[in-house]
Design a protein around this ligand. Sequence first.
Ligand code: GLU
Length: 325
Amino acid sequence: MKKSLLLVTALFFGLSLLVGFGPAPVQAKTTFVTIGTGGITGVYYPTGGAIAKMVNAKRTEYGIRATVESTGGSVFNVNAIMSGDLEFGVVQSDRQFQAIKGMAEWEGKPQKDLRAVFSIHPESVTLCASVDSGIKDIKDLKGKRVNIGNPGSGQRQNSIDALEANGIDWEEDLKAEQVKAAEAPGLLQDGRLDAFFYTVGHPSGAFKEASAGATKVRFVSISNVDKLIDKYPYYAKSFIPVAQYPGARNDKDVPTFGVKATFVTSSKVPDEVVYAITKEVFENFDAFKKLHPAYAVLTKEGMLEGLSAPIHPGAMKYFKEAGLK
Ligand code: GLU
């Protein structure tokens, strides 16, 4: 009697192991992924944090642990993903286009393994100047000390394009600085810069910092945006919502041009990892949208626009299941 009970119990446990009864399955192995972002006063850094938060909440289900890294920005992120140092990154849509096609920093070297996951918030090419500098239009930048952006950032090429469309050669006509966006507001406040460019979503910590100090600042409009849009397929009209920066000396929104922030990866990152991240962001869309005011305009359909690299098969699997593709 005792023996047969033992046997039944053993059989039951053996079977339950096989068919998977009992406690919820816990992934035996954890896959660690790192998301490359930008400076901590930008919007990429909290964006990486928002995505990581969604995925890490399901750690036991997916076995994925996501961490976020502050980096030099879009160009750095593409290169680090391609070399396998990062699995994911936030990258400007224009930079994604150039990388996959072999243009700009990747001239003649298309980054064939770059894959799109989804797009996120809009970013505006933002020019901010001290009131004392007298700069009221991009054309007034001639002879001034201007931060165009660090090598590795997305904004550096946007600044150069904006200047060129207005007849300004950044190497000849400016005292150009190339420091990280996180350093620029402090330099402007200290009078060591007259103006700086930053391509970023709004509101951002960088412009809050720049507009809240003793040195009064204004956002400066970019002229000849039509010329830029005609020439480059990835630029669109945009504006700076000045109400988000009460300290700035502007009374109406400032016209400029912009791009989109996008989430990218490599073809070498496994489908199930990309699928899980895509699914968590889209299935928790309302909660995700609340994580940053720059996401207020997001729609699920809009998050499939602005992608020029092939969509990663893991993301595509989710989009098909959700009826988005
Ligand atoms: N657009 C910037 C870049 O690509 C980063 C902006 C941000 O960090 O929010 O370098």
